[in-house]
Design a protein around this ligand. Structure first.
Ligand code: DAS
Length: 357
């Protein structure tokens, strides 16, 4: 009995194919560069029971890659050791150096995606900084781990596998810099380390973008704030970050920290305030004096995660010429303030920048 016409046509086409020709060549795997900077994902403990007591930044990138041979199933990977540090010590100079390397690699035709392995303590600042300054639509993924590879139920290997699978996925392009941790894919803008000892440490107040599961990415939302190619900040044209410092607000606070930071050369002060970024009455006069001397005052909040600091609420920001950090936590506000100051010293323009990014 003859085949229906369509199937007959298909049968004839495949019969014409040279013997032994495969039906379809497997797609070439994406070329992913892994930039290693240290952290727990490169950590080592004395015993498998040491999930919290260990030394970060010990395992070199080639050993890190060799410890997850499954990476080759999802991408062609190669590694570079950019730093080998615990990220609590990640300086602005190192942020600039890393950003410039990511930017240079993103311009190479033989690079389809980039993964940065990083300590978890300041991973959120690095991811946000890259999100604001690297002009590429290729996937850039930052990844860490909460347990060293030597620990029972270590999370680093699967986090790295998921990060490489995400960086190899064309669907991850154009979404800004991403953070992959604990099977979740977050935007580098929103995510922060919210718990210090659990594998589910990283949270985004407005939710993750998606998930990486068994080498596949699943997306449920996309970022709306400006990033990467839509950013007015370009790492290729930034060689210095102005000094910006953070002081914590509390009821018994004094102006000392703010005055000392100003005396050391800070161009802006991030106030990690109570509630809606509120400022103790004992501190307000000193901040107004510092503003009058040209230092920017930016109100963030101790209370982050699902809210935002509202302008002119308890503090008359218009009258004081102060700025609000919107929904950014103090450490992310510090990154954006430093970048804003590379462009302008006008408080109203800086406020627009905080609303845009
Ligand atoms: N000290 C921490 C860091 O390097 C370890 C880690 O959690 O990665 O950020």
């Amino acid at each position: 009995m003859g085949l229906p016409p369509a199937q007959e046509a298909l049968a004839q086409m495949s019969a014409q194919r040279a013997p032994g020709a495969s039906l379809a060549q497997p797609a070439a795997k994406a070329r992913v560069v892994i930039l290693a900077t240290g952290g727990t994902i490169a950590g080592a403990g004395a015993s498998a029971a040491n999930s919290a007591t260990y030394q970060a930044a010990k395992v070199p990138v080639d050993k890190l890659l060799a410890s997850v041979p499954e990476l080759a199933n999802v991408a062609q990977v190669r590694g570079e050791q950019v730093f080998q540090i615990a990220s609590e010590s990640f300086t602005d100079a190192q942020l600039l150096q890393l950003g410039k390397r990511v930017s240079a690699l993103s311009k190479q035709a033989d690079v389809d995606g980039i993964v940065i392995t990083h300590g978890t303590d300041t991973l959120e600042e690095t991811a946000y900084f890259l999100n604001l300054t690297v002009h590429t639509s290729k996937p850039v993924v930052v990844v860490g781990s909460m347990r060293p590879g030597t620990a029972l139920s270590a999370d680093g290997a699967l986090n790295l596998y998921n990060a490489v699978a995400t960086a190899a996925s064309p669907t991850a392009g154009g979404k800004g810099v991403l953070v992959v941790m604990n099977d979740e894919i977050h935007t580098g803008r929103d995510v922060s380390k919210s718990i210090n000892v659990r594998t589910e440490a990283f949270k985004s107040p407005w939710g993750a973008l998606g998930m990486a599961v068994e080498g596949q990415t699943y997306w449920f939302r996309a970022p709306v704030k400006r990033h990467t190619v839509h950013s007015e900040f370009d790492i290729d044209h930034i060689d210095h970050l102005p000094q910006v410092e953070i002081a914590y607000g509390y009821g018994n606070a004094s102006p000392t920290a703010y005055q000392a930071f100003a005396a050391s050369g800070a161009k802006a002060l991030i106030h990690a305030g109570t509630g809606n970024g509120s400022v103790s009455s004992a501190v307000v006069p000193a901040l107004r004096e510092l503003r009058a001397k040209g230092i920017h005052i930016i109100r963030s909040s101790r209370v982050v995660g699902g809210g935002f600091v509202i302008r002119n609420a308890e503090q008359p920001d218009d009258q004081y010429d102060w700025i609000v950090a919107h929904d950014l936590n103090p450490q992310k506000a510090r990154i954006l303030a430093a970048l804003a100051l590379t462009k302008t010293n006008d408080a109203q323009v800086i406020q627009r920048i905080f609303m845009d990014y």
